[in-house]
Every structure is written in structure tokens, then in C-alpha cells.
Design a protein around this ligand. Structure first.
Ligand SMILES: Nc1ncnc2c1ncn2[C@@H]1O[C@H](COP(=O)(O)OP(=O)(O)O)[C@@H](O)[C@H]1O
Ligand SMILES: [Mg+2]
Length: 309
């Protein structure tokens, strides 16, 4: 088992009287890309601000590389690098001079360290140009290089692909995977975009309304979907059909005009038809589709609060 680099235990943040982050626990291992996926307002940034020491926890504990943020703040945050807001850089200086300036704020960072991280983010050909000439993707990469200078164990990125074009997103994806899988960093990345997480992450946790609903590896997410189908049916009485199916099969059904839409184990499809027939509901047309991870994400986040294993 790989080493736990980030250990979040029962983390809670209360603003006013509302729990915006509600008893969240998870671990991130060395060498993995961990995705923190949730709709806007779910509590991702609030969680990240607590992990980075930018906001106090209301309850809970956080350990980074074994160091408690509460008891050993300096040591804990020294093991962490990240870009929480947009990377801060002086536009009229070169990327390299920005790096040198940043390095001067810490003890013991050598020119060689700078060269290494610049190479790691593949900016060696452009690093002597002024930052104002960089694309957003290039600025992000220099920002990441800066945050790697003090040799952290975990890199934390809050929605880093916001505003990037598809090529920039692709580049960032390859580069973050390389950092985790080849260099052994933990990479923790938040996003509200499912497909992005699917292509990038080894494991994904879904957060909604401050609650962490499930954490699974991508393989487990895929496996969890096998054997289910998504059914869309045009029926003579959608309201009644919704009621009956919800009652008999204990699943959630979306009804809209004459259409009902739900997900169910494949082997139960014939039972659905029989049940509807028995209740004098005519099926006018039916469409079967594979359940997608997107369906699951929407289901999970729209029923937020229900614990899902
Ligand atoms: N400083 C704050 N004071 C009060 N409420 C806040 C503060 N920061 C965030 N919130 C609230 O907490 C919730 C989660 O916000 P946030 O963590 O930014 O979500 P996300 O990053 O997932 O979009 C939102 O309802 C937001 O309005
Ligand atoms: Mg946010």
C-alpha cells in the first residue's frame, strides 16, 4: 500500500450556522492523482483552503505527510505546494526572473532546483520570455513549477483547467499524470467537470452540499455501472408510472410530460414492462441506453445528503 500523504479526518467548516463542509474524511496516496469532483458551491474551495492552511477548520484534523496542521503547521504546509487562486506573477518580468524572485523568499533553493522544475513543466524553451507573452496554460505551468520549488509531497490545484482551451487542458492532464506516476507526487485536483476527472484521475471523490458522497477508483466507478441500464419511456400516464415504479422498485424516477427516465438493473427491465401493463399504463416508445458516469454524478449530487456506498 502506498504511503498516505494527505489525511483528512472529519473535516467541518461552519459559516454562519451552516456546515459548508460537513464531516469530510479521505486519504490521498503518494503517486496518485486524486480528483475532488462536485458542482459549484459544493465546498471544494473551502476544503482546499483548510488543507492549505488559508482557513481555519471548525472541526476535524488534517495531516500532511504525517504532520498535523493544527500542531505542526509549518512542517505540514512545507510539504504542500499549490495554486489556489490564479498564479501570481509579474507580467513584465520573464518567467525565469519570477521563479528567481519566488525562490528568494525561501531558504536554500538553488539555481539547479529552478532548472529542474522548469524542465519538469517543459518550459525550458520559453522561460526567458516575459510572462505577458505567455498563454494561460504556460502561466499555469510556471505557477506549478514555482509551487514545486520547495520540494513538496503533494500538489493541490483548485480547478486549474478553468479558462484553458482544449489543447491546454490536454497538456496539463499529461503533465499532472507524469508528476504523480513518474515522480511520485500526490496530485489533488478539484473540478466541476466530470469528463475531465475521468480522463485524469486515478481516484475520484464526489462532494455535494459539503458532504463527501463516495470515493472510488475509476475502475470501481466503471464497475459500479456495469449491469445497469438507463431507460427512457414514453407512457400514457407518466405521473402514475413514476409513482408505481418508485414504489415497487425503490428507485428514483424523473417524469416530464409523457416521458419517464430512470436507471435500473438490466435483469429487471422485463419486470418494469409487466408492472406497467398490469396497471393499464401503455408504453408508447422505449429507449434503452447504457448508464453513464454522468448519470451517476447527476443522481449522486441531486440527492446529496443520502449516503452512498
Ligand atoms: N468566507 C465565506 N463566508 C461564508 N460563506 C462562504 C465563504 N466561503 C464560501 N462560502 C460558502 O460555502 C459554500 C461552498 O463554497 P465553495 O467552497 O467556494 O464551493 P466550490 O468551490 O465547490 O464551488 C458556498 O455556499 C459558499 O457561498
Ligand atoms: Mg471553488
Amino acid at each position: 500500500m502506498a504511503e498516505v500523504v494527505l489525511d483528512v479526518q472529519n473535516l467541518t467548516k461552519i459559516y454562519g450556522k451552516i456546515k459548508r463542509v460537513d464531516n469530510v474524511s479521505f486519504q490521498v496516496y503518494a503517486g496518485e492523482v486524486f480528483g475532488f469532483l462536485g458542482p459549484n458551491g459544493a465546498g471544494k474551495t473551502t476544503t482546499i483552503r483548510m488543507i492549505s492552511g488559508l482557513a481555519n477548520m471548525s472541526e476535524g484534523e488534517i495531516f500532511i505527510a504525517g504532520h498535523s496542521i493544527k500542531k505542526n503547521f509549518k512542517k505540514a504546509v512545507s510539504c504542500l505546494g499549490g495554486i489556489i487562486e490564479n498564479p501570481e506573477m509579474y507580467k513584465y518580468m520573464t518567467g525565469y526572473d519570477n521563479m528567481k524572485y519566488y525562490a528568494s523568499l525561501y531558504d536554500g533553493i538553488t539555481e539547479e532546483d529552478i532548472r529542474d522544475v522548469v524542465q519538469l513543466v517543459k518550459m525550458e524553451n520559453r522561460i526567458h520570455e516575459k510572462v505577458k507573452k505567455y498563454s494561460l496554460g504556460m502561466r499555469q505551468r510556471v505557477g506549478i513549477a514555482q509551487s514545486l520549488l520547495h520540494h513538496p509531497r503533494i500538489l493541490i490545484l483548485d480547478e486549474p483547467t478553468n479558462g484553458l482551451d482544449p489543447a491546454g487542458i490536454h497538456e496539463m492532464r499529461d503533465f499532472l499524470k507524469m508528476l504523480a506516476h513518474e515522480r511520485g507526487y500526490s496530485v489533488f485536483i478539484s473540478s466541476h467537470i466530470l469528463t475531465e476527472m475521468q480522463l485524469l484521475c486515478d481516484r475520484v471523490g464526489i462532494i455535494a452540499n459539503g458532504k463527501l458522497l463516495a470515493v472510488k477508483s475509476m475502475d470501481e466507478w466503471t464497475e459500479a455501472l456495469e449491469g445497469s441500464v438507463n431507460l427512457k419511456m414514453n407512457v400514457s400516464d407518466a405521473v402514475k408510472a413514476k409513482e408505481i415504479i418508485t414504489e415497487e422498485f425503490k428507485i428514483s424516477v424523473y417524469a416530464n410530460k409523457s416521458l419517464i427516465n430512470f436507471t435500473i438493473a438490466s435483469e429487471l427491465v422485463p419486470e418494469i414492462s409487466k408492472t406497467l401493463a398490469r396497471n393499464d399504463i401503455a408504453v408508447l416508445s422505449m429507449y434503452t441506453g447504457e448508464k453513464s458516469l454522468e448519470d451517476t454524478f447527476l443522481e449522486l449530487t441531486s440527492t446529496a445528503g443520502t449516503a452512498i456506498k
